[in-house]
Design a protein around this ligand. Structure first.
Ligand SMILES: Cc1cc2nc3c(=O)[nH]c(=O)nc-3n(C[C@H](O)[C@H](O)[C@H](O)COP(=O)(O)O)c2cc1C
Length: 316
C-alpha cells in the first residue's frame, strides 16, 4: 500500500507539516509512504494543444507534449500510488496556482471514462500489447488538506472545493478533508494538537480505505451540504432547484424555519461528476460536440474567413 503525500506549500511551511503528519498516520496504519514538496518543481501550464488526445486516439499513450519540466515525475508518482494526500495553501481564496497547473495537465488526460472508451476500442480491434496503461483504471483514494492564514473560513472559501478537482477526472474516491485555516494566529500547526490529531487520522483513514469498494468508504470530515463532496457551496438560480457546483448535481432547497438544507435524490448523487457515471455523461457530451458544430462550420466555410478577418488582423 503506497501512500503519496504532496505539499504545494513552502518547504517546512504549514502545508508540509500537515501533509507529513498525515503520512505519519498512514505509516502507522501500515502504508509505505512518500512525501513530495512541489515548490521548486517546474510545472508548466497546459497550453490546450490537444496533442495528448490526438496521440491517444491514434492508439498511442496519452502523453503531454511538454517534456522539459517536472510534471511527468510527479504524474508518475501519483499513478504509482494507491492513495494520495494532497495539501495546498490558499492563495487568494483558492489553492495556489501551481496546484491548478498540475490538475489541468493531469486530470482531463486521465479521464477514466475516456480511458475506458479507448481501451474498449483497442480490445475490439484485437490489440493485445498496445493497451491503455492499467494504472489509469486503478481505484485510488485521496484526502485533501487546505491550508490558509485567515482567521475565518471567509478567506478560504474555494480552498477545499477546488482541491476536489485533483482526483475528479480519474474518479479517485475522496476519503476525507481538513480545512486548516487560521494559521496566522496558530503560529505553527504543531502548536494545535487537535489539528495535528485530525490530520494524522486523515492519513489513517485514507490508508484504511485502500482496496475498499467506494460505496463502503466512510467520509472523514464535516458532513457539509452536498452528500457526495460534502462541500457547502451551492449555486442558486432564483428557484428552489439548486446545484452543487463541485459535483454538478441538482437538488431541492428546503427551508424549515431558520434551517436550510438541500435534498439530492439518489439518482442525482449517482451522476456526480467525480463518479464514473458522471465522467461517462461528460465524455458522451464532449463526443457529441463535433456532430453539432461540424455541420455549422461546414455551412459557414465560405463566410468564416471574412468573419474572422478583423480578429486575425487585430492591431493594438
Ligand atoms: C499570495 C498569497 C495569497 C494568500 N491568500 C490567502 C487567502 O486568500 N486566504 C488565506 O486564508 N490565506 C492566504 N494566504 C496565506 C497562506 O495561505 C498561508 O500563509 C499558508 O499557511 C501558506 O502555506 P505554507 O506555509 O504551507 O506555504 C496567502 C499567502 C500568499 C503568499
Amino acid at each position: 500500500m503506497k501512500v503519496l503525500g504532496i505539499s504545494f506549500g513552502r518547504k517546512m511551511g504549514n502545508t508540509d507539516i500537515l501533509v507529513k503528519e498525515a503520512l505519519f498516520g498512514a505509516k502507522d496504519a501500515g502504508a509505505e509512504i512518500e512525501f513530495v514538496n512541489t515548490v521548486n518543481m517546474k510545472i508548466e501550464r497546459c497550453i490546450g494543444c490537444g496533442a495528448c488526445s490526438t496521440r491517444f486516439r491514434q492508439g498511442e499513450d496519452s502523453q503531454c507534449i511538454i517534456i522539459n519540466d517536472d510534471f511527468k515525475a510527479l504524474e508518475e508518482k501519483v499513478l504509482d500510488a494507491d492513495a494520495v494526500i494532497v495539501g495546498a495553501p490558499v492563495y487568494v481564496l483558492e489553492p495556489v496556482g501551481q496546484f491548478k497547473d498540475f490538475v489541468d495537465r493531469f486530470g482531463p488526460r486521465h479521464d477514466r471514462a475516456a480511458m475506458i472508451g479507448e481501451q474498449n476500442i483497442r480490445i475490439e480491434y484485437g490489440q493485445t500489447e498496445n493497451l491503455v496503461d492499467p494504472r489509469y483504471f486503478k481505484d485510488k483514494y485521496v484526502g485533501y488538506i487546505s491550508v490558509g492564514g485567515a482567521h475565518t473560513h471567509n478567506w478560504v472559501s474555494l480552498g477545499l472545493p477546488t482541491l476536489h478537482t485533483f482526483g475528479m477526472s480519474s474518479a479517485m474516491k475522496v476519503v476525507g478533508e481538513i480545512d486548516a485555516y487560521d494559521m496566522g494566529r496558530t503560529g505553527n500547526p504543531v502548536l494545535n494538537k487537535d489539528l495535528i490529531n485530525k490530520v494524522n487520522t486523515l492519513g489513517v483513514k485514507v490508508t484504511e480505505a485502500i482496496g475498499k469498494p467506494y460505496e463502503e468508504v466512510e467520509w472523514y470530515g464535516e458532513e457539509g451540504t452536498c452528500p457526495v463532496c460534502h462541500q457547502n457551496l451551492i449555486s442558486l438560480n432564483g428557484t428552489t432547484s439548486v446545484e452543487c457546483p463541485v459535483c454538478g448535481i441538482e437538488g431541492k432547497l428546503i427551508v424549515v424555519g431558520e434551517k436550510v438544507s438541500v435534498e439530492f435524490s439518489n439518482e442525482q448523487q449517482q451522476r456526480a461528476r467525480g463518479t464514473l457515471n458522471g465522467l461517462q455523461e461528460h465524455f458522451l457530451e464532449i463526443q457529441g460536440f463535433g456532430a453539432i458544430a461540424g455541420p455549422k462550420l461546414e455551412e459557414a466555410k465560405d463566410t468564416l474567413p471574412s468573419l474572422l478577418k478583423r480578429y486575425k488582423d487585430f492591431d493594438n
